[in-house]
Design a protein around this ligand. Sequence first.
Ligand code: SF4
Length: 379
Amino acid sequence: MMRKGGAGSAACHETSRSSAPPAGVAESEWRDWGWQMRHRIRTADALREWIDPTPREIAAIAALAERFRFVITPYFASLMDPEDPDCPIRRQVVPSPDELGDPAGLADPLDEVAHSPVKNVIRVYPDRIAFCVNNECALYCRYCLRKRMVGEAGWRMQKRELEIALDWIARTPEIRDVLLTGGDPLVFSDARLEWLLKRLRAIPHVELIRLGTRLPVTLPFRVTEALCSMLERFHPIWLNTHFNHPKELTPDAAEACDRLLRAGIPVGNQSVLLKGVNDDPGVMKALCEGLVRMRVRPYYVYQAQLLEGTAHFRVAIEDGVSLFKGMRGRTTGFAIPRYVLDTPHGKVPLDHPFAKGRDGDDFVVEAWDGTIWREPNPR
Ligand code: SF4
Protein backbone atom coordinates (compact mmCIF):
# COMPACT_ATOMS: atom_id res chain seq x y z
CA MET A 1 0.00 0.00 0.00
CA MET A 2 1.11 3.57 -0.60
CA ARG A 3 0.93 5.90 2.37
CA LYS A 4 -1.85 8.47 2.39
CA GLY A 5 -1.07 10.41 5.59
CA GLY A 6 -3.80 13.03 5.09
CA ALA A 7 -5.88 13.20 8.25
CA GLY A 8 -2.83 13.00 10.49
CA SER A 9 -1.79 16.56 9.90
CA ALA A 10 -4.94 18.11 11.36
CA ALA A 11 -4.27 20.42 14.32
CA CYS A 12 -5.09 18.76 17.61
CA HIS A 13 -8.15 20.93 18.35
CA GLU A 14 -9.80 20.24 15.01
CA THR A 15 -12.28 17.52 14.33
CA SER A 16 -10.57 15.14 11.93
CA ARG A 17 -11.31 14.67 8.26
CA SER A 18 -12.83 11.56 6.76
CA SER A 19 -10.37 8.71 6.29
CA ALA A 20 -9.48 7.80 2.71
CA PRO A 21 -7.93 4.63 1.31
CA PRO A 22 -4.30 4.70 0.23
CA ALA A 23 -3.38 4.38 -3.44
CA GLY A 24 -4.12 0.90 -4.76
CA VAL A 25 -6.94 0.18 -2.29
CA ALA A 26 -10.54 0.47 -3.42
CA GLU A 27 -12.97 2.49 -1.31
CA SER A 28 -15.12 -0.63 -0.91
CA GLU A 29 -12.14 -2.57 0.50
CA TRP A 30 -11.19 0.27 2.85
CA ARG A 31 -14.71 0.37 4.28
CA ASP A 32 -14.89 -3.40 4.72
CA TRP A 33 -14.04 -4.25 8.32
CA GLY A 34 -12.85 -7.71 7.29
CA TRP A 35 -10.35 -6.13 4.88
CA GLN A 36 -9.17 -3.81 7.65
CA MET A 37 -8.68 -6.73 10.06
CA ARG A 38 -6.76 -8.75 7.47
CA HIS A 39 -4.47 -5.83 6.62
CA ARG A 40 -3.55 -4.78 10.14
CA ILE A 41 -0.05 -3.42 10.75
CA ARG A 42 2.11 -5.75 12.84
CA THR A 43 5.72 -4.96 11.90
CA ALA A 44 8.03 -1.96 11.65
CA ASP A 45 8.18 -2.46 7.87
CA ALA A 46 4.40 -2.35 7.57
CA LEU A 47 4.34 0.76 9.78
CA ARG A 48 6.74 2.50 7.36
CA GLU A 49 3.96 2.52 4.80
CA TRP A 50 2.10 4.98 7.04
CA ILE A 51 4.60 7.01 9.03
CA ASP A 52 8.33 7.68 9.31
CA PRO A 53 9.00 5.72 12.51
CA THR A 54 11.81 7.10 14.65
CA PRO A 55 14.77 4.87 15.62
CA ARG A 56 13.31 4.84 19.17
CA GLU A 57 9.98 3.54 17.87
CA ILE A 58 11.67 0.87 15.72
CA ALA A 59 13.82 -0.24 18.66
CA ALA A 60 10.73 -0.42 20.91
CA ILE A 61 8.79 -2.55 18.42
CA ALA A 62 11.59 -5.13 18.57
CA ALA A 63 12.21 -4.87 22.32
CA LEU A 64 8.54 -5.14 23.29
CA ALA A 65 7.50 -7.85 20.84
CA GLU A 66 7.26 -10.51 23.56
CA ARG A 67 5.61 -8.27 26.16
CA PHE A 68 2.62 -6.66 24.47
CA ARG A 69 1.47 -7.09 20.92
CA PHE A 70 1.85 -4.33 18.37
CA VAL A 71 -1.17 -4.21 16.05
CA ILE A 72 -2.81 -1.20 14.36
CA THR A 73 -5.71 -1.02 11.91
CA PRO A 74 -4.98 0.76 8.61
CA TYR A 75 -7.90 3.08 9.40
CA PHE A 76 -6.36 4.20 12.71
CA ALA A 77 -2.91 4.42 11.09
CA SER A 78 -4.38 6.83 8.55
CA LEU A 79 -5.12 9.25 11.41
CA MET A 80 -1.47 9.36 12.51
CA ASP A 81 0.81 12.28 11.71
CA PRO A 82 3.56 10.69 9.56
CA GLU A 83 6.19 13.19 10.69
CA ASP A 84 5.40 13.87 14.34
CA PRO A 85 6.39 11.19 16.88
CA ASP A 86 4.40 13.12 19.52
CA CYS A 87 1.20 12.80 17.49
CA PRO A 88 -1.49 11.85 20.04
CA ILE A 89 -2.82 9.06 17.81
CA ARG A 90 0.66 7.64 17.34
CA ARG A 91 1.48 7.79 21.07
CA GLN A 92 -1.53 5.58 21.82
CA VAL A 93 -0.54 2.67 19.59
CA VAL A 94 3.13 2.83 18.53
CA PRO A 95 5.50 1.22 21.07
CA SER A 96 7.90 3.46 22.98
CA PRO A 97 11.08 2.48 24.87
CA ASP A 98 9.53 4.35 27.83
CA GLU A 99 7.39 1.21 28.30
CA LEU A 100 10.50 -0.61 29.49
CA GLY A 101 11.21 1.75 32.40
CA ASP A 102 8.34 1.61 34.88
CA PRO A 103 9.42 -0.09 38.12
CA ALA A 104 6.18 0.85 39.92
CA GLY A 105 3.87 -0.63 37.28
CA LEU A 106 1.77 -3.69 38.06
CA ALA A 107 0.37 -6.40 35.78
CA ASP A 108 -3.10 -6.32 37.34
CA PRO A 109 -3.46 -3.09 39.36
CA LEU A 110 -7.20 -3.60 39.95
CA ASP A 111 -6.68 -7.16 41.18
CA GLU A 112 -9.21 -8.33 38.58
CA VAL A 113 -8.02 -11.93 38.67
CA ALA A 114 -8.84 -12.11 42.39
CA HIS A 115 -12.32 -10.76 41.64
CA SER A 116 -13.12 -13.49 39.08
CA PRO A 117 -15.54 -16.21 40.21
CA VAL A 118 -15.05 -17.91 36.82
CA LYS A 119 -12.62 -17.24 34.01
CA ASN A 120 -12.90 -13.73 32.56
CA VAL A 121 -15.87 -12.66 34.72
CA ILE A 122 -14.92 -9.74 36.99
CA ARG A 123 -17.24 -9.00 39.88
CA VAL A 124 -16.47 -5.93 42.00
CA TYR A 125 -20.07 -4.85 42.73
CA PRO A 126 -22.92 -7.05 43.97
CA ASP A 127 -25.27 -6.53 41.01
CA ARG A 128 -23.07 -6.23 37.95
CA ILE A 129 -20.12 -7.83 36.21
CA ALA A 130 -17.60 -7.19 33.51
CA PHE A 131 -17.62 -10.25 31.26
CA CYS A 132 -14.42 -10.38 29.16
CA VAL A 133 -15.92 -12.43 26.34
CA ASN A 134 -12.81 -12.43 24.22
CA ASN A 135 -9.26 -11.18 24.38
CA GLU A 136 -8.91 -9.77 20.88
CA CYS A 137 -9.08 -6.12 19.83
CA ALA A 138 -8.83 -4.45 16.45
CA LEU A 139 -5.63 -2.80 17.69
CA TYR A 140 -3.68 -2.73 20.94
CA CYS A 141 -3.49 0.45 23.00
CA ARG A 142 -0.13 0.85 24.72
CA TYR A 143 -1.79 1.83 28.02
CA CYS A 144 -4.37 -1.00 28.02
CA LEU A 145 -5.49 -1.98 31.52
CA ARG A 146 -5.87 -5.59 30.34
CA LYS A 147 -2.42 -5.82 28.79
CA ARG A 148 -1.92 -9.02 30.71
CA MET A 149 -4.66 -10.73 28.70
CA VAL A 150 -5.40 -8.99 25.39
CA GLY A 151 -3.84 -10.90 22.53
CA GLU A 152 -2.56 -13.62 24.90
CA ALA A 153 -3.55 -17.15 23.94
CA GLY A 154 -4.10 -18.33 27.53
CA TRP A 155 -6.90 -15.82 28.05
CA ARG A 156 -8.83 -16.71 24.90
CA MET A 157 -12.40 -17.82 25.70
CA GLN A 158 -13.35 -21.11 24.11
CA LYS A 159 -17.06 -21.66 23.54
CA ARG A 160 -17.10 -24.11 26.47
CA GLU A 161 -15.64 -21.39 28.75
CA LEU A 162 -18.26 -18.90 27.59
CA GLU A 163 -20.89 -21.52 28.49
CA ILE A 164 -19.38 -21.90 31.97
CA ALA A 165 -19.52 -18.13 32.50
CA LEU A 166 -23.11 -17.97 31.21
CA ASP A 167 -24.08 -20.77 33.60
CA TRP A 168 -22.50 -18.84 36.48
CA ILE A 169 -24.53 -15.73 35.56
CA ALA A 170 -27.71 -17.84 35.35
CA ARG A 171 -26.99 -19.27 38.82
CA THR A 172 -26.32 -15.82 40.35
CA PRO A 173 -29.65 -13.96 40.58
CA GLU A 174 -28.11 -10.75 41.97
CA ILE A 175 -26.55 -10.00 38.57
CA ARG A 176 -28.88 -7.57 36.78
CA ASP A 177 -26.31 -5.76 34.62
CA VAL A 178 -23.73 -7.45 32.36
CA LEU A 179 -20.98 -5.49 30.63
CA LEU A 180 -19.59 -7.38 27.63
CA THR A 181 -16.01 -6.33 27.27
CA GLY A 182 -12.64 -7.87 26.57
CA GLY A 183 -10.68 -7.35 24.51
CA ASP A 184 -13.49 -6.09 22.37
CA PRO A 185 -16.84 -7.87 21.96
CA LEU A 186 -17.42 -6.32 18.52
CA VAL A 187 -14.44 -8.26 17.16
CA PHE A 188 -16.82 -11.24 17.31
CA SER A 189 -18.78 -12.02 14.17
CA ASP A 190 -22.44 -10.94 14.18
CA ALA A 191 -23.43 -14.61 14.51
CA ARG A 192 -21.28 -15.23 17.59
CA LEU A 193 -22.42 -12.00 19.26
CA GLU A 194 -26.03 -12.86 18.50
CA TRP A 195 -25.59 -16.28 20.09
CA LEU A 196 -24.16 -14.65 23.22
CA LEU A 197 -26.90 -12.02 23.44
CA LYS A 198 -29.61 -14.66 22.98
CA ARG A 199 -28.14 -16.69 25.83
CA LEU A 200 -27.97 -13.64 28.09
CA ARG A 201 -31.51 -12.56 27.24
CA ALA A 202 -32.71 -16.03 28.23
CA ILE A 203 -31.58 -15.30 31.81
CA PRO A 204 -34.55 -13.54 33.47
CA HIS A 205 -32.56 -11.53 36.04
CA VAL A 206 -30.23 -9.94 33.43
CA GLU A 207 -31.98 -6.61 32.88
CA LEU A 208 -29.29 -4.64 31.17
CA ILE A 209 -26.60 -5.59 28.66
CA ARG A 210 -23.80 -3.13 28.03
CA LEU A 211 -21.11 -3.27 25.36
CA GLY A 212 -17.66 -1.83 26.03
CA THR A 213 -15.99 -1.38 22.64
CA ARG A 214 -13.34 0.78 21.02
CA LEU A 215 -14.28 -0.24 17.49
CA PRO A 216 -16.29 2.92 16.71
CA VAL A 217 -12.93 4.69 17.22
CA THR A 218 -10.40 2.24 15.84
CA LEU A 219 -12.44 0.52 13.13
CA PRO A 220 -15.77 2.35 12.66
CA PHE A 221 -16.64 0.26 9.58
CA ARG A 222 -17.34 -2.64 11.95
CA VAL A 223 -20.52 -0.85 13.03
CA THR A 224 -22.59 -1.98 10.08
CA GLU A 225 -26.33 -1.56 9.58
CA ALA A 226 -26.60 -5.37 9.90
CA LEU A 227 -24.86 -5.33 13.29
CA CYS A 228 -27.11 -2.52 14.55
CA SER A 229 -30.27 -4.31 13.33
CA MET A 230 -29.18 -7.42 15.19
CA LEU A 231 -28.32 -5.52 18.39
CA GLU A 232 -31.61 -3.68 18.55
CA ARG A 233 -33.45 -6.98 18.92
CA PHE A 234 -31.86 -7.39 22.37
CA HIS A 235 -32.73 -4.08 24.05
CA PRO A 236 -32.04 -2.60 26.52
CA ILE A 237 -28.50 -2.47 25.12
CA TRP A 238 -26.20 0.39 26.10
CA LEU A 239 -22.77 0.99 24.65
CA ASN A 240 -19.72 2.84 25.88
CA THR A 241 -16.87 3.55 23.56
CA HIS A 242 -13.42 5.05 24.06
CA PHE A 243 -12.40 8.21 22.20
CA ASN A 244 -9.32 9.89 23.67
CA HIS A 245 -8.55 12.75 21.31
CA PRO A 246 -10.47 15.08 18.95
CA LYS A 247 -8.52 13.73 15.95
CA GLU A 248 -10.40 10.46 16.46
CA LEU A 249 -13.75 12.21 15.89
CA THR A 250 -13.80 11.57 12.16
CA PRO A 251 -16.91 11.57 9.97
CA ASP A 252 -16.51 7.75 9.77
CA ALA A 253 -16.60 7.50 13.57
CA ALA A 254 -19.53 9.92 13.75
CA GLU A 255 -21.45 7.79 11.22
CA ALA A 256 -20.75 4.63 13.25
CA CYS A 257 -22.10 6.30 16.39
CA ASP A 258 -25.10 7.60 14.47
CA ARG A 259 -25.94 4.07 13.27
CA LEU A 260 -25.86 2.85 16.87
CA LEU A 261 -27.96 5.77 18.11
CA ARG A 262 -30.54 5.22 15.36
CA ALA A 263 -30.83 1.62 16.58
CA GLY A 264 -31.85 3.07 19.95
CA ILE A 265 -28.54 2.31 21.64
CA PRO A 266 -27.37 5.09 23.98
CA VAL A 267 -23.68 5.74 23.28
CA GLY A 268 -21.38 7.05 26.00
CA ASN A 269 -17.66 7.64 26.04
CA GLN A 270 -14.97 6.62 28.50
CA SER A 271 -11.52 8.11 28.00
CA VAL A 272 -8.29 7.58 29.86
CA LEU A 273 -6.42 10.70 30.96
CA LEU A 274 -3.10 10.31 29.11
CA LYS A 275 -0.08 12.58 29.28
CA GLY A 276 0.70 14.06 25.87
CA VAL A 277 -2.61 12.83 24.44
CA ASN A 278 -5.47 14.59 26.22
CA ASP A 279 -4.12 16.21 29.41
CA ASP A 280 -4.26 19.67 27.85
CA PRO A 281 -7.46 21.56 28.88
CA GLY A 282 -8.09 22.77 25.31
CA VAL A 283 -7.76 19.25 23.89
CA MET A 284 -10.05 17.75 26.54
CA LYS A 285 -12.68 20.46 25.98
CA ALA A 286 -12.48 19.97 22.19
CA LEU A 287 -12.87 16.21 22.65
CA CYS A 288 -15.88 16.50 24.93
CA GLU A 289 -17.62 19.18 22.87
CA GLY A 290 -16.96 17.16 19.71
CA LEU A 291 -18.49 14.08 21.33
CA VAL A 292 -21.59 16.03 22.29
CA ARG A 293 -21.92 17.24 18.70
CA MET A 294 -21.95 13.56 17.72
CA ARG A 295 -24.63 12.94 20.42
CA VAL A 296 -22.16 10.81 22.39
CA ARG A 297 -22.20 11.57 26.10
CA PRO A 298 -18.76 12.08 27.68
CA TYR A 299 -19.28 9.78 30.66
CA TYR A 300 -16.05 8.88 32.47
CA VAL A 301 -12.43 9.90 32.20
CA TYR A 302 -10.28 7.38 34.03
CA GLN A 303 -7.13 8.20 35.91
CA ALA A 304 -4.44 6.05 34.24
CA GLN A 305 -3.72 3.05 36.44
CA LEU A 306 -0.41 2.08 38.01
CA LEU A 307 -0.03 -0.38 35.17
CA GLU A 308 3.24 -1.84 33.92
CA GLY A 309 4.93 0.08 31.14
CA THR A 310 2.73 3.17 31.36
CA ALA A 311 4.58 5.65 33.63
CA HIS A 312 5.06 8.01 30.68
CA PHE A 313 1.27 8.27 30.29
CA ARG A 314 0.38 9.02 33.91
CA VAL A 315 -0.82 12.45 35.00
CA ALA A 316 -0.76 13.48 38.69
CA ILE A 317 -4.27 13.23 40.14
CA GLU A 318 -4.16 16.88 41.35
CA ASP A 319 -3.53 17.99 37.76
CA GLY A 320 -6.48 15.91 36.56
CA VAL A 321 -8.76 17.41 39.24
CA SER A 322 -7.69 20.90 38.23
CA LEU A 323 -8.28 20.13 34.52
CA PHE A 324 -11.90 19.07 35.08
CA LYS A 325 -12.51 21.87 37.61
CA GLY A 326 -11.49 24.24 34.82
CA MET A 327 -14.20 22.89 32.50
CA ARG A 328 -17.04 23.65 34.93
CA GLY A 329 -18.92 26.79 33.92
CA ARG A 330 -17.01 26.95 30.65
CA THR A 331 -18.95 24.37 28.64
CA THR A 332 -22.27 22.53 28.63
CA GLY A 333 -22.71 20.65 31.91
CA PHE A 334 -23.27 17.28 30.29
CA ALA A 335 -20.14 17.75 28.16
CA ILE A 336 -18.08 17.44 31.36
CA PRO A 337 -17.19 13.81 32.07
CA ARG A 338 -16.76 12.46 35.56
CA TYR A 339 -13.08 12.02 36.42
CA VAL A 340 -12.72 8.72 38.28
CA LEU A 341 -10.11 6.51 39.84
CA ASP A 342 -10.81 2.82 39.44
CA THR A 343 -9.71 0.78 42.44
CA PRO A 344 -10.01 -2.91 43.42
CA HIS A 345 -13.08 -1.73 45.40
CA GLY A 346 -14.79 0.03 42.49
CA LYS A 347 -14.73 3.49 40.94
CA VAL A 348 -14.18 6.58 43.07
CA PRO A 349 -15.10 10.05 41.70
CA LEU A 350 -12.21 12.53 41.82
CA ASP A 351 -14.29 15.71 41.61
CA HIS A 352 -12.99 19.04 42.81
CA PRO A 353 -14.77 19.63 46.16
CA PHE A 354 -17.21 22.37 45.07
CA ALA A 355 -19.33 21.41 48.10
CA LYS A 356 -17.34 22.69 51.08
CA GLY A 357 -19.71 21.49 53.81
CA ARG A 358 -21.71 22.87 56.71
CA ASP A 359 -20.79 26.06 58.53
CA GLY A 360 -23.38 26.72 61.28
CA ASP A 361 -26.76 27.01 59.63
CA ASP A 362 -25.27 27.40 56.16
CA PHE A 363 -24.00 24.98 53.57
CA VAL A 364 -20.96 26.47 51.85
CA VAL A 365 -20.25 25.89 48.16
CA GLU A 366 -17.80 27.22 45.60
CA ALA A 367 -19.20 28.33 42.24
CA TRP A 368 -17.35 27.62 38.98
CA ASP A 369 -15.74 31.10 39.03
CA GLY A 370 -14.45 30.72 42.59
CA THR A 371 -17.26 32.67 44.27
CA ILE A 372 -18.12 31.27 47.70
CA TRP A 373 -21.87 30.94 48.23
CA ARG A 374 -23.51 30.26 51.58
CA GLU A 375 -26.85 28.50 51.16
CA PRO A 376 -29.09 28.72 54.26
CA ASN A 377 -29.47 25.14 55.42
CA PRO A 378 -30.93 25.02 58.95
CA ARG A 379 -31.06 21.61 60.56
S1 SF4 B 1 -9.28 -1.39 22.73
FE1 SF4 B 1 -9.54 -1.43 24.99
S2 SF4 B 1 -9.18 -3.56 25.59
FE2 SF4 B 1 -8.35 -3.31 23.50
S3 SF4 B 1 -6.19 -2.79 23.75
FE3 SF4 B 1 -7.32 -0.82 23.64
S4 SF4 B 1 -7.78 -0.29 25.79
FE4 SF4 B 1 -7.22 -2.50 25.73
